[in-house]
Structure formats: C-alpha cells, structure tokens
Ligand binder design. Structure first.
Ligand SMILES: [Zn+2]
Length: 375
C-alpha cells in the first residue's frame, strides 16, 4: 500500500511537446522541446505506447526570477504565518515568477522549499541592521561589535546569501547616511565569505557604495545612489544591481512623510527618485548587470513583477535586456538552471516574442513548474 500522499497515476503530468521557439539562452533557441517526468528534453523522447502528449504552441522561456522578494512579512510589516507566506509565493508564481531570492524574512520560510508547487526559493535569512536604523521589527538589529557573529549566524540559516542594511535615515543628522563604518562593512563581508555565503546590501545613499565596493560586497539592492564615480566601479567589479524601481517610485511617499522633521532627507529621497531612470540606464550602458527585484512583501504587495519590468522599459531598456535581467542573468548569478536538457521544466509559454516586447510576458498561456501546469 502506498502512503496517502503519494502521487498516483492519475496525478501523472502529461508529456508536453513545446513547439516553440524555445529560448534556451539570450542568443540561443530551439525549434521545439519536450517535457517528460518534470524535466525539459531537447530531443524527442521515446514515448511509451499510448502516452498522452499535449501539443503547445508559443514562445517558451524559463520562469521569471525575482531577486528581491520578501516572503513571510505581512502587509504593513511584521511576521506572518507559514500559510500566509505560502499564499504570497502562490501570488508571485501565478504571475510567472518561478525563482525567488528572498531578500530577508522575519520568519523561517525554509518549510516552503519542500512544497513542490511553489517557486524555487533561495533565502537570505533575516535582514541585519544597525540598532534603530531600519523599519521597526523587520531586522535583527546589532551594533558593530556584534555584526560579524550575526553575519555568520545568518549565513548558516540562509541559502548562501546574507542581507545587510547599509544605509538608512540618521535622525540625528536628518538625512540618509551609511549605518556602518568602512571597517564594519569589511568585517561583515569577511564573515559572510568565510561562511561560504555572499553578502548583499540595502543601499539608497551615494556614500555607502564606495564603502561596500571596497569591502567586496557581492550584490547591491536598490542602489539609487549610483554616481558617475561609482557606476564604473560597480561595472568593473562585476557586482550586479537589483533594481526595485516600483519601490523607488515610493520614495515620494517617504519624502512627504519625513518632510516636516527631516527636510534634507525628504529632498534627498526626491532627488534619488527623480534620477532613477537615468541612473539605471547609465548603469546598464556602463556594463552593470541589472537584475529584476520587486521588493514585494511588507510595504508593497506581491504579484507586481510585470510592473517592475515596465519600469525597466521606462528606463529605455529593450525587450532583450529586460528578459536578460528577469530570466538569464538571475540564473547566472544564482547558479540556477534554465532550460538546458534535463533541467527542471520551470517555464512560461507566451504568444509573442518577449525579446521584441517584454509585455508579451503578461500574456502567459502556460506557467509550468516541475513539468506541471500550475497557472
Ligand atoms: Zn526589500
């Protein structure tokens, strides 16, 4: 007798014949491919007699990636239940997001990684922040003396990434400012790397970027403070930037909220917001690798990846570049599989070529995860 939860023949996913074009890289495509037993096959497989084969037409791409997502943070902040975190992941999945790097969660979302109908999840553990220098209740708040040990702990809890809040409003100074000294950023990066993890940082401010570049950080979140001086450094170091432009649009709200008490901060946030498209475009033109991130969870709701792609288009980026930031580059950075032969069949089917117009990704006819159609 099989256990009650075991898949039965009735659950077996049909074989899919994807008639393509199947985009297997930024420059490579196949005329067709198959999905058998949850995996992509480039060659026509031996089909058992009487096997059900579904013919599917359309452009096939790997699932979208969201490199800056927060599962397990409730609307308006605070922790949530595992059931709510699952519901958040399902909302993202149904928009075509099949690969998530969680950029900090209040709760342990690792049980979601066992749920085969959810996007693949790579966790950062909990945000690390300086005491009273971040949204209340989100982060483990530490002082410099405790930072390396906290980084080591989060490196063990996560899946190879640690997230440090690099800057926030300094209420004493009345403006954005780095939360740490240069030596602290160095110590944090060394602790992460010694634990075999990569480290990324939440950064809005111009002054933080030279510090984290000197310290050898591996990734930048938001990075609204990129300048003519730091853009070439980021490009030369090969450090990717996760854009979160939907969130940056919200800077006007933060500015308005802070205006009465912190006018310099408000003006700074408005300046960063006003430059967001030009700076993103400048970074791309200089060779900086952009990665799509929504910053969903907490302040912004889930399911907004297509709005983020529209924001990249507003920066003047073309469909191929947007597809790279949403699909190919995240897999290079995370070491996750795409649509190579034998890889898990995590893919979207869309009726038009997304390389010529990213909005084709809104018109999904199939979302396939592990070989099963989920949306
Ligand atoms: Zn975030």
């Amino acid at each position: 007798m099989s256990p009650p939860d075991a898949p039965t023949d009735a659950d077996a996913a049909p074989i899919l014949h994807l008639r393509g074009p199947v985009l297997i890289g930024p420059e490579e495509e196949l005329d067709g491919a198959w999905v058998v037993d949850g995996a992509i096959r480039h060659e026509r497989p031996e089909l058992p007699a009487g096997a059900e084969v579904r013919e599917i037409d359309g452009f096939v791409v790997p699932g979208l990636a969201d490199l800056h997502c927060h599962l397990g943070i409730g609307d308006g902040g605070g922790g949530t239940t595992l059931a709510e975190a699952r519901a958040q992941a399902l909302v993202d999945r149904d928009t075509g997001v099949l690969l998530i790097r969680d950029a900090g969660s209040i709760m342990d979302t690792s049980p979601l990684q066992q749920q085969q109908d959810l996007p693949r999840l790579i966790r950062c553990g909990r945000h690390l922040a300086r005491t009273r220098r971040y949204l209340i209740g989100y982060a483990d708040e530490v002082e410099p003396a405790g930072l390396p040990a906290a980084v080591t702990r989060e490196a063990r809890r996560g899946d190879g990434w640690v997230k440090l809040v690099g800057d926030w409003i300094d209420r004493g100074a009345g403006d954005l400012a780095p939360c740490w000294d240069a030596v602290d950023f160095v110590a944090a990066a060394e602790a992460a790397h010694a634990a075999g993890a990569r480290i990324t940082t939440h950064t809005f401010d111009e002054e933080t970027l030279p510090l984290v570049l000197d310290a050898g950080f591996d990734c930048l979140e938001h990075a609204t403070g990129l300048t003519d001086e730091t853009i070439p450094r980021v490009a030369a170091a090969g450090v990717p930037v996760v854009t979160t432009l939907v969130n940056v649009d919200e800077f006007e709200t933060y500015a308005a909220q802070g205006e009465a008490k912190f006018p310099a901060y408000a003006a700074h946030m408005r300046r960063l917001r006003g430059n967001r498209y030009d700076r993103t475009r400048d970074a791309y033109d200089a060779g900086v690798q952009l990665l799509v991130g929504t910053d969903a969870g907490g302040v912004l709701g889930h399911g907004i990846v297509h709005d983020e792609l529209d924001e990249l288009a507003a920066c003047g980026l073309d469909g191929s570049t947007i597809l790279d930031a949403a699909v190919w580059a995240p897999r290079r950075v995370l070491g996750a599989p795409g649509l190579e032969d034998g890889a898990p069949a995590d893919l979207l089917v869309v009726p038009r070529d997304p390389r010529t117009d990213h909005r084709a990704l809104r018109q999904r006819t199939h979302v396939v995860l592990g070989g099963r159609r989920v949306a």
